[in-house]
Design a protein around this ligand. Structure first.
Ligand SMILES: *[C@@H]1O[C@H](CO)[C@@H](O)[C@H](O)[C@H]1NC(C)=O
Ligand SMILES: *[C@@H]1O[C@H](CO)[C@@H](O)[C@H](O)[C@H]1NC(C)=O
Length: 428
């Protein structure tokens, strides 16, 4: 699959990078307490949280250096999977997006976590984080941060619309309030992973799921064609055909969704925790007007199950330093370092103990921290399956664009298409 040309280029670049980091590491060792072996940690891009944690967890025996993966989660998966499939020993530690954890574990790419670390994870971290870190009844990565979506709103807008935000609201209410008052509802509905995240949350909130029996691999049961799937489709169709639909709905990734929310038509936005600090520098007037509430309900009176995201840290089975890497992972994911990472990135801790990290209370109001913790207790991870990328891709192609979603046909068509893709009868 990889063209020899680019591949050679990549190796050459990797080699020169390796040289630069060896130099950096030896300088570090000379002036600090860390040294010894170099452990390479592949991280997702962030604003310095994982780097700070890598420093905190370097010891006199090993220095942890980081390598940054691409921004896009799908690209992160491809880059890691290619190297792991080639048994590349250049990866020791990896930050893995939850939807791909099962795939990597199932492929045998991950070194087994010691019992002590598995016990710590089970006792320490949120249930949703543990669930997303588990494949075939075994915890295979240690959660570093957990993210959850809530409903962000403009306080001035809901006041004008007369919507009571002291109780949980439904998608119907949100769409109606926005339509009738010249506002927009910002969601992620471009043809990408973020759209699958939204669909999954709508279905979970209506009491359903995308797939079950996922341990059966490509024989998993696909549950999209259900009352919950129809409810999800009707919410998407309702928004897409309403005045509350942003003009760029079908290409809206989070960045675009953010622009809509910051504009004069801004009313509602579903997005992750870091929105709280998103407007600090660029639009302080939006920050002042920023309200927050639980993720909207799919069905009135039934608790929503907000999208869950985050990162679990795993060790490559092909690392030459498995034992040291496992020790490093225990440090990287302890509550204090979850807090250090959260303070620097807005990617919140995977445990209640992490939320106790003092500096977080200076950045976030206590009721917002409480809302996140409560939301995390109810959050729905995406289907844990080694075939997630197929399921997600098939879902995206049958539910896009949102304006073509029809509750009577889309769930049925998409269920069939997902089955066909899993069985390799159809290509994505
Ligand atoms: C970890 O990093 C944070 C942020 O850089 C720092 O404040 C803290 O003192 C460090 N802790 C340890 C144990 O090195
Ligand atoms: C919403 O989340 C995404 C990542 O999932 C981020 O890239 C985007 O900037 C966020 N939107 C806003 C308004 O900040």
């Amino acid at each position: 699959m990889p063209q020899p040309q680019t591949r050679r280029g990549r190796w050459r670049r990797a080699a020169s990078l390796g040289l630069a980091t060896t130099l950096a590491a030896s300088t570090l060792a000379a002036c600090g307490g860390s040294g010894g072996t170099t452990l390479t940690w592949y991280i997702n891009p962030d604003s310095g949280g994982q780097d700070a944690v890598a420093k905190n967890c370097s010891t006199k025996d090993y220095t942890i250096k980081t390598q940054v993966l691409p921004q896009d989660a799908g690209q992160q998966r491809v880059q890691l999977a290619r190297r792991l499939a080639a048994k590349d020993s250049g990866i020791d530690i990896m930050s893995i997006d939850p939807p791909y954890t099962a795939e990597f574990a199932n492929a045998g790419f991950l070194a087994e976590l010691p019992d002590s670390l598995r016990r710590t994870v089970r006792e320490q971290d949120f249930d949703g984080a543990v669930k997303a870190a588990t494949w075939k009844d075994k915890i295979v990565v240690a959660p570093l941060w957990s993210n959850v979506q809530i409903l962000w709103y403009r306080k001035s807008f809901v006041e004008k619309a007369g919507l009571d935000m002291s109780k949980p609201v439904t998608w119907d209410q949100v769409i109606k309030a926005a339509s009738e008052n010249g506002g927009k509802v910002a969601v992620q509905a471009n043809k990408y992973e973020g759209y699958a995240v939204w669909i999954n949350a709508l279905i979970s909130g209506a009491g359903g799921e995308l797939a079950s029996d996922t341990a059966k691999g490509d024989d998993a049961t696909i549950d999209v064609n259900s009352p919950a799937g129809k409810k999800a489709a009707s919410i998407i169709a309702e928004l897409a055909s309403s005045k509350a639909a942003p003009a760029d709905l079908s290409v809206a990734q989070e960045g675009q969704a953010g622009a809509t929310f910051g504009s004069p038509q801004g009313a509602f936005l579903v997005n992750w925790t870091y929105i709280w600090t998103n407007y600090d520098e660029t639009q302080p007037e939006v920050k002042k007007d920023l309200g927050y509430a639980p993720y909207p309900e799919s069905v009135a009176g039934e608790d929503s199950e907000p999208p869950f995201g985050g990162i679990g840290v795993g060790v490559s089975k092909y690392s030459d330093h498995v034992e040291d890497s496992l020790k490093a992972v225990a440090c990287i994911t302890n509550p204090e370092n979850q807090g250090v990472n959260a303070e620097l990135t807005g990617n919140m801790p995977a445990s209640s103990a992490g939320y106790d990290y003092k500096p977080l209370k200076k950045i976030y109001p206590q009721d917002l921290l409480d809302l996140w913790e409560q939301s995390l207790q109810r959050a729905a991870p995406r289907t844990v399956s080694p075939y997630w990328s197929d399921i997600s891709g098939a879902l995206q192609s049958t539910w896009h664009p949102p304006s073509a979603v029809n509750p009577d046909t889309t769930p049925e068509k998409s269920a069939q298409f997902i089955r066909d893709v899993l069985k390799q009868k159809k290509l994505l």
